[in-house]
Every structure is written in C-alpha cells, then in structure tokens.
Design a protein around this ligand. Structure first.
Ligand SMILES: [Zn+2]
Length: 229
C-alpha cells in the first residue's frame, strides 16, 4: 500500500508520485535506559497502556527480571521527550526505550540487570548498535531527567559492550583542556553546563552528586572525549 501512493506526509500534494517498492521500516540505532520512578511494575504497565498518559517504552523490566515487550522495536515509543545528544534532537525516532522498575532512590536488582544484559545483547546484534549509543535518559535531557539513578551499573554494562567507560591511567591533562567542550564532544547538551556536569556524574562519577568538575573528573572527560568522538 505504501508503495502505491504516499500516505500523508510533508509533501503529500506532490503531483509526480511514483512509488518505489524498495524500502522497509527504519532501524533503531540508540538504546535509552530509564528508571520508571514508580512503585511497581504493575503501576508502570498501567501507565503505559493508558491513552492519556502519553508515555510508553519498548520494554519494561520488573524487579524479578521479567521483561515485558510493549511495542515493536521498529515503531516510535514516547519515552525520550524533549532531548538532545550530539546533533540529534528527535531521539524517540532513532531509539529503543527500556524502562526498569525502580522508584528512583533504590539499587536495581540482580535479576533486572541479568535480564537487561540479555536483552541488550539481542538488540545490539539485531540492529548493529554501536557501543557508544547505549545511554541514559539523564544523558540526553540534562536538568530535566535524572534516570537511571546513580545505582545503575554503567561500568558493568560498558564491560559487556553496552556504553563506553574510561581509563585514566597515565593521563596528562593538556593545560588548555576545556571540560565543557569535552562534554559537548561526548554528546551532552551543554546549554546549561552545570546540568550537563550533573548528568555526566550520574553516569560516570556516581559517588559525586555535585556539579563541580575537579582534576580527576577532567581526566575522565579527557579520556571519554577521545573515545566518543
Ligand atoms: Zn526516563
């Protein structure tokens, strides 16, 4: 049907439509990880199936490790909201959203992380998603979102090929090192630099909840800047 005539789009009145049969749906190229900030998996499943909530995700992982698939991977869930990573501003159109049942202030369970790693392995292989493109909601919405919380095991994920991590061994910082520039190169929206620093720390320096950059942080940023660019 799509090959025969254009469904309504930005130029639906174009007079010279000639349908091609050579197409398929676009593939997701990013994974966005979230905590639900709700009190139970049941509550989240209800929220995501209620029309008026206007929010959803492709997957929800409960505390016992159960994975609920809620939307086909090729379709656009409403999970990222207003967000930015690098020059990408419509993250919902290019990503899969995974919500992990967690009230926002507690550690994630071992069964959740085990299930998550299995799911990420399948998605990474199926869609050939680069390791750098496994990121958190707070990474793409600094100042607006704080999920997943600082208990989230980003280092463990990176060790399994989902996300990148740093090694500051032997690093000598250049005298003109610019931390905000490094955050920007990694992908952060630095319009509000303090918010970007907070999101960066939530992901990479989880024992520090300040928005202050010290020399150790600069070394981490220096290494990550090289890995993400
Ligand atoms: Zn979120």
């Amino acid at each position: 049907m799509l090959a025969k005539y254009p469904i309504e789009d930005s130029v639906s009145n174009a007079p010279h439509f000639i349908g091609t049969t050579n197409f398929n749906l676009r593939r997701p190229n990013y994974i966005i990880l979230h905590h639900t900030a709700q009190n139970s998996c049941d509550q989240t499943l209800t929220t995501f199936t209620t029309t008026k909530s206007k929010v959803s995700a492709h997957y929800v992982i409960c505390k016992d490790g159960t994975v609920h698939h809620m939307l086909n991977d090729y379709l656009r869930a409403w999970q990222a909201g207003v967000s930015k990573w690098g020059s990408a501003t419509d993250i919902n159109s290019i990503s899969i959203g995974i919500e992990i049942d967690n009230n926002g202030f507690e550690p994630f369970t071992d069964p959740q992380i085990t299930s998550l790693l299995q799911l990420l392995g399948r998605l990474k292989k199926e869609y050939n998603i680069p390791a750098a493109n496994f990121i958190g909601h707070a990474d793409i919405a600094p100042g607006r979102k704080v999920d997943p919380n600082r208990y989230f095991p980003w280092q463990k994920l990176a060790e399994n090929g989902f996300g990148l991590w740093y090694d500051t061994t032997g690093i000598q910082l250049p005298t003109d090192f610019d931390a905000v520039q490094a955050l920007r190169v990694i992908g952060y929206d630095v319009k509000k630099p303090e918010a970007a620093v907070f999101s960066f720390k939530l992901h990479f320096v989880q024992n520090d909840s300040t928005s202050v950059i010290n020399d150790d942080d600069k070394k981490i940023l220096f290494d990550l800047e090289r890995k993400y660019q």
